[in-house]
Design a protein around this ligand. Sequence first.
Ligand SMILES: NC(=O)c1ccc[n+]([C@@H]2O[C@H](COP(=O)([O-])OP(=O)(O)OC[C@H]3O[C@@H](n4cnc5c(N)ncnc54)[C@H](O)[C@@H]3O)[C@@H](O)[C@H]2O)c1
Length: 377
Amino acid sequence: MPAQERVGIGVVGGGLMGRELAAAIGRWAALSDHPVRPVLTAVCDLDPEVLAWFDRVETVRLRTADHRELLADDGVDVVYLAVPHHLHERLYLDTVAAGKDFLGEKPFGIDLPAARRIVAAVEASTVFARCSSEMPFFPGAQQVVAALGDGAVGRVIEADASFLHSSDLDVGKPINWKRQAATCGRIGVMGDLGMHVAHVPLRLGWRPERVYAVLQDLVVQRPDGRGGTAPCDTWDNATLHTWVSDGRGPFPLTLQTKRIAPGEMNTWRLRVLGMDGGLEFSTAAPKTVRRFAVRDGRQVWEHAQTGSQSVFPTITGGIFEFGFADAILQMWAAYLAERAGALGDRFGCATPREALASHELFDAALRSAASGRAEPL
Ligand SMILES: NC(=O)c1ccc[n+]([C@@H]2O[C@H](COP(=O)([O-])OP(=O)(O)OC[C@H]3O[C@@H](n4cnc5c(N)ncnc54)[C@H](O)[C@@H]3O)[C@@H](O)[C@H]2O)c1
């Protein structure tokens, strides 16, 4: 194998997702043949306990509460920005100004104006930036994307992309930054889960021109963790009805993002029905892709086993199971390969333009919820 290029990584925001990246880098050797070797060198977080967690990563030599110190560090080539949404604009713009490449967490700005300013700054620079969205790297999702590219379903009748959670069924769950508009954004659940459902449709060229949105705020206050309550003023559930076209004709695309979908723990699903066949992948059954066909006059849904292999080959046995942590590894493999000019025709991370397109959709969804009508993007 040719020598791997060493790339120093700095994490800003070492919470849930910052630690997932640390763990993914620890498993990098699982990739059979990758041009880059990431090394986690620096971490920034305001919380001393979070910084202390990174003591277990031997290569981390800078721990700081000031992201400007991390951005000025010569040992950091790429920054992972994984902070609450109200901080995206300031930190992403500071990262561009520092000339550092970055993978920014979704939604890439708290709202459409912030996303516009971030994307404009990225495009006016030479910085290589992408937006986080790992679920399409599940092998089953990749197999659906490939089959759609081969025209497997023929003329599309309808498509549905969903990301469904249910832990908010528990009304005793304390408030956090993701459930308040000031820190999560007025788009609420769409900011949390929307990029995940928009990534594949946008990559397939399915661009909504109008949206009719059904938004629900089911839980309006939550325990504040200090014996009182706090307002929970974000949309819990969002169903976006849109029309798109793939060149063979228009069809309805429904995008669902829900925090309160009973029975669904972390279900990402893509279902496309066409005149010649159907395809469905759901992380609720991560080992199978369902395919619809009419055979000998009979309507058949069949289950095809996906195996473990995704975009970048791994040493993992082909028959073994794939999971969330593998999707994070694959997303980072795609980011660093593309940065190195070695992605080829493989599936890449969501682009800043795709993140902006998702914000245009969510912004129109807010207008639709207010007007009660379908709204143009
Ligand atoms: N890709 C995914 O599957 C996925 C999943 C969850 C969250 N996210 C996204 O990741 C981002 C972070 O979410 P999370 O769940 O990791 O949140 P989190 O609350 O677990 O972690 C955020 C961290 O940022 C730190 N922080 C706050 N202000 C900071 C500052 N000024 N400088 C440095 N650190 C600061 C906090 O102390 C905290 O440790 C959000 O954009 C969220 O939408 C993505």
